[in-house]
Design a protein around this ligand. Structure first.
Ligand code: PLP
Ligand code: COI
Length: 339
């Protein structure tokens, strides 16, 4: 503990003291269990291992100046995990069970919540997967829900500094009518090759296009995409992107700041016209984008004059983190305290 340099934390796994588990058997959820083991014993024929019956969530707990720990919009994560469960036929975790497990995981690991002012936070990772043994392709009858936490710094190592990204032309993360709109592990497995190509080419992440026509912007690695033009916040509408809770919140904050909001298909050509572009998500927060490289044309779209994030991205970022860390009033009712 003593040797954690909170300011330098990467976005990675850091062992904490406890995690929470709950099993679904005989058609019902059991009691929450607390454990300090980092390992799970699962049947070799568990459906999660063979057929990808697995979904996860990501949310954060923030330490305020007042010493209180805040959760940001956990209800939305619970709801989205419910949609993920439905999408791949898993048992649904009731909202209150989700809430209790998240609260317990944070309470028991309080000492790992990074102090106010370090820019770090406690990342909370709920996980739901099929533990029941099957060999034919079918949904399991048994599931495990668990929650672990880990203190993290910014997802892109630059933090709130502009990042360069690359359009993925040869890979899609999800099919047009597939699982792109839910948070299941398979989408992330499908993204690994394109992420590797982007990293090896010197880019922070991959920008995915709509899988059917490759005409529209979908999303940006593990984050949604937005562009700013003419005092308007523009973000893609697509059936194959994850409905980001951060993006949903930025839409509200943009309106509060007097911006117009458009959620609609965004053609690639529009990249030419944006004044600012960014990636947003729980892990990415807002990551301003400096350059977008399109390998099919060798075209580079550039933003961030003098390597600085644009003024509207700065305002949105400051507003969002002020609410999350409790520096500004929670006028939208997004915060729950961890007592
Ligand atoms: N898109 C993908 C593919 C993601 O994995 C995430 C992260 O959860 C997001 C977008 C951002 O969503 P949220 O703001 O709810 O974290
Ligand atoms: C998040 O933003 O919470 C994510 O889940 C991103 C992640 C896949 C690292």
């Amino acid at each position: 503990m003593e040797n954690i340099v909170w300011e330098n934390l990467p976005f990675g796994y850091f062992k904490t003291d406890y995690n929470i588990r709950c099993n679904y058997r005989n058609g019902k959820w059991g009691e929450l269990e607390i454990t300090s083991s980092e390992y799970i014993s699962v049947h070799m024929a568990a459906t999660a291992l063979h057929y990808g019956q697995e979904a996860f969530e990501g949310l954060k707990a923030y330490m305020g100046k007042d010493g209180k720990i805040r959760l940001f919009r956990w209800e939305e994560n619970a709801r989205r995990m419910g949609r993920s469960a439905d999408g791949i036929q898993m048992a649904k975790v009731p909202d209150e069970l989700f809430h209790q497990a998240v609260l317990k995981a944070v309470q028991l690991n309080k000492k790992f919540v990074p102090p106010y002012g370090t820019g770090a936070s406690l990342y909370i990772r709920p996980l739901l997967f099929g533990t029941g043994a099957e060999v034919g392709v079918k949904a399991a009858k048994e599931y495990m829900f668990m929650v672990f936490v880990t203190p993290v710094g910014p997802y892109f190592k630059e933090g709130f500094k502009p990042v360069d990204i690359m359009i993925s032309r040869d890979h899609d993360r999800a099919a047009p009518l597939g699982t792109g709109n839910i948070k299941v592990g398979g989408n992330y497995a499908a993204s690994l090759v394109s992420l590797d190509i982007a990293h090896h080419s010197g880019y922070g992440t991959a920008l995915y296009l709509d899988a059917r026509e490759k005409k529209y912007i979908d999303e940006c690695g593990p984050a949604n995409f937005f562009g700013i033009r003419n005092n308007t916040y523009i973000t893609p509408e697509s059936k194959s992107i994850l409905p980001s809770i951060t993006n949903m919140s930025l839409v509200e904050l943009a309106k509060d700041l007097g911006l117009k909001v458009e959620r609609r298909p965004v053609p690639i050509e529009e990249l030419e016209q944006f004044e600012e572009v960014g990636a947003c998500g729980t892990a990415a927060v807002i990551t301003p984008i400096r350059k977008i490289f399109d390998p099919s044309t060798n075209k580079v779209y550039s933003y961030c004059r003098d390597n600085q994030p644009g003024p509207i991205s700065v305002k949105l970022y400051n507003k969002l983190i002020a609410i999350q860390y409790g520096d500004e009033p929670d006028t939208h009712g997004w915060i729950t305290f961890v007592e």
